[in-house]
Design a protein around this ligand. Structure first.
Ligand code: HEM
Length: 395
């Protein structure tokens, strides 16, 4: 297959990227691809081996201020682009360690009861409706409510959060992005001021105190980490829950297996992350220097991304990768990335996914898809793999 150019924003690609990957992978483990919509070329890793190697290689760096010092500065980079996901050591370590302790599996496990309450409430809210858009009614509100509660964001502002964070992930138009970004920032400024005056027990109050405490965190970094947690904390998990349900509904024998043995749910989540996970591509990386990588000459400043979705369907690592098997054991999938930037929120995402799917099947054991597969439309995002809507019939 010729992949000199690939229209990553086409509906055709999003309908079934795995078919494309299957054809590309054997010939092009790591290849230079022209991005049709953007006009520039990018290195892309398609095999598991190449994907893992890129994510673990510190010659591929993240900070645009290091790569493009003349164009990118603290002043013109939005705060989210100065957060841990977009910087390198030593800043990365400093920023990650500030919030790391709040996201350990032990700390996250303590949220189990509250997440379960939220999932039950959302399930009950659907009880008088026969058919719903599952994303809007269930998959979205659970993670947004959890991350807002963790950060201490008032519940009445949660609808604005949906709009802002969807836009920040999906918008490809620079001026529109800037507009949404400014709105979001203005809101955060107001909330930060309130929490400075009367801090709560929440993560945002803790981060503000860290910022006030001295040199560890600048104001931009404070906004950056909050925005990152909001965007990374729900854009992804929404689609773990929704893509996961779609996979189960289109594989009735797997759904039956899970209903018969609910203890399989944690293992099922790992398989759903692998099979059709919510993060299709890694975020951007750039070559810090010129070097040969997987037999290819990479030049200093070259742009690189990793197809996590393709790596997770590599037959060199996964037996029959196109088969959904919720009893698959010890899956080394890359859905949460690898290396330095491995997902900070993985324990939280796993717990939310588990509870959301289990509660849903308990409350609505007979739910079915309320649309033809060909009618479902995928979002045109390069990073997030998610549907625009998922109509389901609840009973
Ligand atoms: C199913 C849900 C999720 C998936 C599939 C996912 C996936 C990922 C991936 C692939 C990366 C690394 C990207 C790269 O290296 O380019 C990442 C990083 C990150 N994720 Fe997640 N994520 C999920 C949920 C969450 C949640 C719930 C939170 C927090 C509340 C979160 C916070 C973060 C943060 C802060 C980073 C940056 C880590 C760093 O740079 O050191 N994620 N995530």
């Amino acid at each position: 297959m010729d992949i000199k150019s690939l229209d990553l924003f086409s509906q055709q690609f999003h309908q079934n990227p795995y078919d494309y990957y299957k054809k590309i992978r054997p010939h092009q483990p790591f290849a230079k691809v022209k991005m049709l919509n953007e006009g520039h070329s990018t290195w892309m890793a398609f095999t598991y081996k190449a994907a893992e190697a890129v994510l673990k290689d510190n010659r591929f760096i993240k900070d645009m201020r290091t790569v493009f010092p003349d164009e990118m500065t603290d002043e013109n980079l939005p705060p989210i682009a100065q957060s841990m996901l977009f910087v390198d050591p030593p800043d990365h370590h400093r920023l990650r360690s500030l919030v790391q302790s709040g996201f350990t599996p032990k700390r996250i496990e303590k949220l189990r009861g509250r997440i379960e309450e939220i999932a039950r409430e959302q399930a009950k809210l659907m009880s008088n409706k026969g058919t719903v858009d599952f994303i809007n009614a269930y998959a979205f509100p659970i993670p947004i409510r959890v991350i807002c509660e963790l950060l201490g964001i008032p519940s009445e502002d949660q609808l604005d959060f949906q709009r802002w964070s969807n836009a920040l992930v999906d918008i490809n138009d620079d001026s529109e992005y800037d507009k949404v970004n400014l709105e979001f920032m203005a809101y955060l400024e107001k909330l930060t001021e309130q929490k400075r005056v009367s801090p709560g027990e929440d993560l945002m109050s803790y981060l503000i105190q860290a910022e006030e405490g001295g040199e560890r965190l600048t104001v931009s970094e404070l906004y950056g980490v909050i925005m990152l947690l909001i965007v990374a904390g729900h854009e992804t998990t929404v689609n773990l829950i929704a893509n996961g349900l779609l996979a189960l509904l289109t594989h009735p024998e797997q759904l039956a297996l899970l209903k018969a043995d609910p203890f399989l749910v944690a293992q099922a989540i790992e398989e759903l992350l692998r099979f059709n996970g919510p993060v299709e591509f890694s975020t951007d990386r750039w070559a810090k220097e010129s070097f040969t990588f997987m037999g290819q000459q990479v030049e200093k400043g070259d742009h690189v991304i990793v197809s996590l979705a393709s790596a997770n369907h590599d037959p060199a690592v996964f037996v029959e990768p196109g088969t959904l098997d919720i009893t698959r054991e010890k899956s080394p999938h890359l859905a949460f990335g690898k290396g330095l930037h491995y997902c900070l929120g993985a324990p939280l995402a796993r717990l939310e996914g588990e509870i959301a799917i289990r509660v849903l099947l308990e409350e609505y054991p007979d739910l079915t898809l309320a649309a033809e597969l060909s009618e479902l439309e995928w979002r045109q995002s390069l990073i997030i793999r998610g549907l625009k809507q998922l109509p389901v019939k609840l009973f």
